[in-house]
Design a protein around this ligand. Structure first.
Ligand SMILES: N[C@@H](CCC[C@H](N)C(=O)O)C(=O)O
Length: 271
């Protein structure tokens, strides 16, 4: 049976979006990993599923899966893409996404960019989560990273160059992160401009990581390094991140792009 999919990206962080609103699809971690494979599948940084929302006020329930088959609570770039897709399908320019991390209001801007309210950052060690009770602003690791949850676990290293990127995989699996973690490397050019590269949990280095950009700005503000309104330049493009002092919510604005649409025979992939 053929299943249709949307292939989208936010700044080169690319997604296969499968619609489970009409009916659940036979997806398993093995099948998700096979679909995400760059040579043997469609290829993507994350596979995203849409289901009917079950929370009041939400328009669609969204789940995010890494190419290793693991599930993530949040994905900033995919959230913008889903908001754009819902707008194109229904005309709703402000859909609310239900995710494992909570309800995410979104908004289509006049210039076509999409803003997602990524909610409140969580800075308690239990919420990241970390393995032991330590100060999330200064983890006991070489390089002195800070940690935060944006619905998924992030650590940010403040660097002057990106030589440490090669350590991303080892850091993702450091025992201090019981659920593993996304590892960001941020170079502050000015308080309003950050250059960021992210090694993503379950995916490796991607062209952009939206939740990683939110986490990096939150950690930079907590360290006194960044303004609350900061442009983050990633390999694939730029995001504007605003951490509101009034609401404590983090707003992320950036592009959402459709690459192509297609059909796939899920049964042809191992389960
Ligand atoms: N690309 C994403 C983050 C995807 C999930 C992440 N790899 C995790 O496991 O938490 C983004 O744009 O935020």
């Amino acid at each position: 049976m053929l299943t249709s999919f949307h292939k989208m990206h936010g700044l080169g962080n690319d997604f296969v979006i499968l619609d489970e609103r009409p009916a659940h699809l036979p997806l398993t971690p093995t099948r998700i990993a096979a679909l995400a494979h760059r040579r043997r599948g469609i290829g993507c940084d994350q596979l995203v599923t849409l289901r009917p929302a079950c929370a009041p006020g939400a328009d669609v329930f969204v789940r995010f899966f890494n190419p290793d088959g693991s599930e993530a609570g949040a994905c900033g770039n995919a959230s913008r893409c889903v908001a754009d897709l819902v707008w194109r399908q229904t005309g709703n320019a402000a859909p609310v996404l239900q995710t494992r991390a909570g309800l995410l209001p979104t908004r289509r801007e006049a210039d076509g960019l999409v803003t997602v309210d990524m909610g409140e950052p969580r800075t308690n060690w239990q919420d990241v989560p970390l393995a032991t009770a330590v100060d999330t602003l200064h983890l006991p690791l070489p390089g002195d990273p800070a940690a935060v949850s944006m619905g998924n676990p992030h650590a940010t290293f403040f660097v002057s160059d990106f030589a440490m990127l090669a350590q991303g995989n080892a850091l993702e699996h450091d025992p201090i992160f019981p659920d593993r973690a996304n590892i960001g490397f941020a170079r502050m050019d000015t308080p309003e401009h950050m250059r960021l590269k992210v090694h993503e949990r379950g995916a490796g280095v991607t062209e952009a990581c939206g939740s990683g950009a939110c986490a990096a700005v939150v950690n930079a503000v907590r360290r006194g390094l960044a303004a609350r309104n900061c442009v983050v330049e990633l390999d694939g493009g730029v995001l504007r991140i605003v951490w509101s002092a009034q609401t404590n919510h983090v707003l992320m604005t950036g592009s959402a792009t459709t690459a192509f649409e297609g059909t796939v025979d899920l049964a042809a992939y191992p389960s």
